[in-house]
Design a protein around this ligand. Sequence first.
Ligand SMILES: Cc1cc2nc3c(=O)[nH]c(=O)nc-3n(C[C@H](O)[C@H](O)[C@H](O)COP(=O)(O)OP(=O)(O)OC[C@H]3O[C@@H](n4cnc5c(N)ncnc54)[C@H](O)[C@@H]3O)c2cc1C
Length: 279
Amino acid sequence: MFKILKKRDVSPSVKLIEVEAPLVANSAKSGQFVVLRLKEGGERIPLTIADKNKAAGTLTIVFQVVGKTTQELATYKEGDFIKDLLGPLGKATDFGSAKNIVCVAGGVGIAEIYPEVKELHEDKKKVTTIIGARNKSLLFFEDELKTVSSAFYVTTDDGSYGRKGFVSEVLKELLEKDKSIDLVVAVGPVIMMKVVSDLTKNYGVRTIVSLNPIMLDATGMCGACRVTVGGKTLFGCVDGPSFDGHQVDFGELMKRLNQFKDEEKNSAEIYKLKCPECR
Ligand SMILES: Cc1cc2nc3c(=O)[nH]c(=O)nc-3n(C[C@H](O)[C@H](O)[C@H](O)COP(=O)(O)OP(=O)(O)OC[C@H]3O[C@@H](n4cnc5c(N)ncnc54)[C@H](O)[C@@H]3O)c2cc1C
């Protein structure tokens, strides 16, 4: 059992929890994730380790409420327990020898990019961060990211905060101006990671994306999270979740992410009918 020590809303649909998990906190690296099961018989969901505190033995997880299990997790309070927490899983992100990195994040990807920006900053790399969301209410971690970034940009699709437009537009300007950028890291909606990868390909800049395929066992056995990268079938859980964005078959990933849409919708609706707090 894993105790929730802190919980707060970072935006109307995004929640942050701090969970007691000393063994995972001690060995987790940026880019890695955990699989949670809220209760016996519950669904297993993968969530990125957004931060860790080795001394306190805690993990920070930031999740967007999208369906049944994340709705249920959103009802958990400080002091409640999560039945299972498995991790750290996946490979740590390999930044190679890059020195001048641009980290780009959209939506809940903002939480996922934070440990990567922090690690690059601690390694004394030049790291520029661009975050974006549909509107101001969906943005978070601005202060945290500013503290560990050499330069920082915010965009919103509707212009309600920062610059109006997409993160990729700021990235394009930076790539035009600064020819020493040697790595781009992108985390967020699949379409955003595709657009970023297509853009950086034109500039010949290595790009790492963090993929979010549907994942079940998360230990490389079931194959549910398979993705095609450079023509090879790889598993998001054990070979990733970070991959070379220029090699990923994003079209296939988008199709596979939609394969259980009807079941997910039914499950969320049934949960809403049953759960008094969700009505
Ligand atoms: C490596 C990895 C790290 C992730 N990190 C985060 C994170 O830090 N924060 C966050 O908000 N989300 C993260 N996700 C996505 C998160 O796992 C899903 O949002 C969650 O499983 C949705 O479950 P649900 O029951 O609430 O929604 P559902 O209604 O079941 O699904 C809604 C959508 O979530 C995705 N999804 C559903 N089940 C899974 C699954 N088993 N594995 C992966 N995706 C699924 C699908 O796109 C689906 O259409 C991550 C996914 C992966 C693979």
